[in-house]
Design a protein around this ligand. Structure first.
Ligand code: T3D
Length: 258
């Protein structure tokens, strides 16, 4: 049987690929369980210094599998808490950068998954759809967290309530996507960025994520204090010694990620 999630790690980069292309990588029970295992594996593997979440076929992810809703869990709240939340939280909290590489439509929880990346790249023909209200559901898996923070309150409300599909250019324009690449260039551009990130100061990236994850819930004095605490840790890392030495010696730094 074909695995619904593929995992490949090499040269500091873990690539996790959603692999149910016939249904635009809709999230069924098997996929959710394997995706969680893959994300946790990438988070825990010290050799992995950058993570890519990508997808096979013409879609990125069409959200929850609506055919039979075959998760074995009847209540949506339970399903979300047990299957979706650990994945979203693991992507956000892992102390290494995550690139989501959106090759096609990202709908419902598939859009939430795309937005959970630290850097969201999209192919020219990608699209984004808050599909939830079309079928009588509310946005979940983090969409109501990410949307107002990235795109602003008005856009978040309109996207969630109107459930209109937006294309990659529009998603880029309103702050949901970092860069748009031509479809055929997206895999190579994603791999290039991931390879670059895997050479960079991973320990500092983890601290940057920690700071930004807390930022919008903090007031200025609390965030200044958090920055000082994190900077104290960063300033004791091997990487900062190497970064400063390389700058002074006018050479390229060789970061170890610690
Ligand atoms: O209880 C809970 O589950 C709580 C959690 C909820 C989280 C959610 O994500 S709720 C939202 C679920 N997702 C949707 O409502 C989106 C449904 N899909 C669509 O609206 C469209 O498929 C797309 C806009 C995403 C893409 O449209 P299009 O025209 O490019 O493709 P298509 O022809 O509709 O889909 C291609 C195939 O994928 C098709 O199968 P077929 O006819 O070729 O055999 C279609 O049925 C299948 N597919 C697409 N989305 C899903 C799906 N199969 C199962 N579940 C899907 N979500």
């Amino acid at each position: 049987m074909t695995s619904p999630v593929l995992y490949h790690a090499a040269e500091g980069v873990a690539t996790i690929t959603l692999n149910r292309p016939d249904v635009l990588n809709a999230l069924n029970s098997a996929l959710l369980l394997e995706l969680r295992a893959a994300v946790e594996r990438a988070a825990q593997d010290e050799a992995v210094r950058a993570v890519v979440l990508s997808a096979n076929g013409r879609g990125f992810c069409a959200g929850a599998d609506l055919a039979g809703r075959g998760t074995g869990l009847q209540d949506s709240g339970t399903l979300l808490r047990e299957r979706y939340h650990p994945i979203i939280l693991a992507l956000r909290n892992m102390p290494k950068p995550v690139i989501t590489s959106v090759n096609g439509v990202a709908a419902g929880a598939g859009m939430s998954l795309a937005l959970a990346g630290d850097v969201v790249l999209a192919g020219r023909s990608a699209s984004f759809l808050q599909a939830f209200s079309k079928i009588g559901l509310v946005p979940d898996a983090g969409s109501t967290y990410f949307l107002p923070r990235y795109a602003g309150e008005m856009r978040a409300r309109a996207l969630a309530i109107l459930a209109e599909k937006i294309d990659a250019e529009e998603a880029h324009r309103i702050g949901l996507v970092w860069k748009v690449h031509e479809d055929e260039a997206l895999p190579a551009e994603t791999a290039r960025l991931a390879a670059h990130l895997a050479q960079m100061p991973t320990f500092a990236y983890g601290l940057i994520k920690e700071a930004l994850n807390a930022s919008l819930q903090s007031d200025l004095p609390a965030q200044l204090e958090r920055e000082a605490t994190l900077q104290s840790r960063a300033s004791k890392s091997e990487d900062v010694k190497e970064g400063v030495a390389a700058f002074l010696e006018k050479r390229k730094p060789a970061f170890k990620g610690r």
